[in-house]
Ligand binder design. Structure first.
Ligand code: BGC
Length: 355
């Protein structure tokens, strides 16, 4: 058995002259998670295959410059609001809040300088059999147009059982909206020249959220039965990804929120991914009402990575646990409002094993 450790090193310096650190978390079984303080980005997540071969299974870059623009949000913490807000506006308690329009006609992933582009304070924590990195950030009142001083912490804990826990907490001094998530792109094969279409995915959801052609929810929930969106029993990602279906056309593949079949506020198994060749298996547990399953349909917009290589479409998949998109404008969706005195508290676990 190896030793549990967390190490800090300097990763780079931003154009503004701020230092960005890299923290490397390791557990006793050799699983390793690399996190930088810029965007709280997971740059690498290294796990074993059935033969004991350790490989990185998340898409990323090897330099800070690429993460400074990171158009695909590889590995980042997303906030204040994951996914889209229609036309970049919402009202809360009678006040209208205009936001940046940064994705077609809509607002995406918290705006121009979201939580993926800020420097987080980092506090390493080491206990007997696990290591954690507690990241914190104060998002000031009206940053990116959102009301309230929002105090946020995101804690990554690497447990002895090869689980990466992501625990989010936030408080505000004015009513606001919050929807945080983690934007890692997984490719369990560890070979990023391969697409994820042969990986097998399960999503425990009887319904999904259909969208318009700009990816804004129509406001209804649709049954997955007899549609390409039925992942209740594990299915190859590629099986129906090119099916003739207006929702598949809208997302250029899967880029939708699934309505999770589980009691709110309880951490349950909601999704899994299996790469049969390597045997790597990932289970996702969360207390959130939804998961955005995105099959990397727009990865040709990612930046090149080393030696002239370039990520191709569908070489990574995201399982972004969160609330439904555009919730601030959708009365029938679970609320994303956070009031002063209340605590936003949610967690998601990514558990790795081999099959
Ligand atoms: C969205 C995609 C988007 C990707 C990168 C995902 O959360 O659903 O539409 O392309 O993030 O921005």
């Amino acid at each position: 058995m190896g030793k549990v450790s967390i190490n800090q090193s300097v990763y780079g310096t931003t154009p503004e002259g701020d230092q960005v650190d890299l923290y490397t978390l390791k557990n006793a079984h050799g699983m390793q998670v690399d996190v930088i303080t810029f965007g709280g980005i997971i740059t690498k997540l290294t796990v074993s295959n059935t033969d004991g071969k350790f490989e990185n299974v998340v898409l990323g870059y090897d330099n800070l410059e690429s993460y400074l623009s990171n158009p695909t949000y590889f590995g980042a913490i997303i906030g204040r609001f994951g996914n889209r807000i229609s036309k970049g506006k919402f009202s809360l308690n009678g006040t209208d809040y205009p936001l940046a329009i940064n994705n077609g006609p809509n607002h995406l992933h918290g705006g121009i300088k979201g939580f993926d582009k800020v420097i987080w304070n980092a506090e390493p924590i080491e206990t007997n059999d696990k290591v954690a990195l507690k990241l914190s950030y104060l998002s000031e009142d009206m940053e990116e147009g959102y009301p309230g001083n929002l105090n946020v912490t995101v804690t990554y804990t690497l447990r002895a059982d090869n689980t990466l826990e992501v625990a989010y907490q936030a408080t505000t001094d004015k009513a606001t909206v919050v929807n945080l998530t983690q934007h890692s792109y997984f490719n369990l094969s560890g070979d990023f020249t391969k697409t994820v279409t042969d990986e097998e995915v399960m999503i425990n959801a009887d319904f999904y959220v259909p969208t318009d052609e700009t990816a804004i929810p129509l406001g209804t929930l649709e049954s997955v039965t007899n549609t390409p969106f039925d992942f209740r029993t594990p299915k190859r990602v590629g099986q129906d990804i090119n099916a003739e279906h207006s929702q598949i056309a809208n997302g250029s593949g899967y880029d939708h929120t699934w309505v999770l079949n589980h009691p709110a506020k309880q951490v349950n198994l909601v999704a899994s991914v299996l790469d049969k060749d390597s045997g790597r298996y990932m289970e996702v547990f969360t207390d959130q009402p939804g998961v955005q399953f995105y099959t990397g349909n727009f990865l040709d917009s990612a930046l090149p990575y080393g030696d002239g290589a370039h990520y191709a479409d569908r070489t990574g998949l995201c399982l972004e646990t969160q609330h439904y998109p555009d919730s601030p404008n959708q009365e029938d969706f679970p609320s994303t409002v956070l009031n002063p005195g209340d605590i936003y508290k949610t967690e998601t676990h990514f558990k790795f094993s081999v099959k």
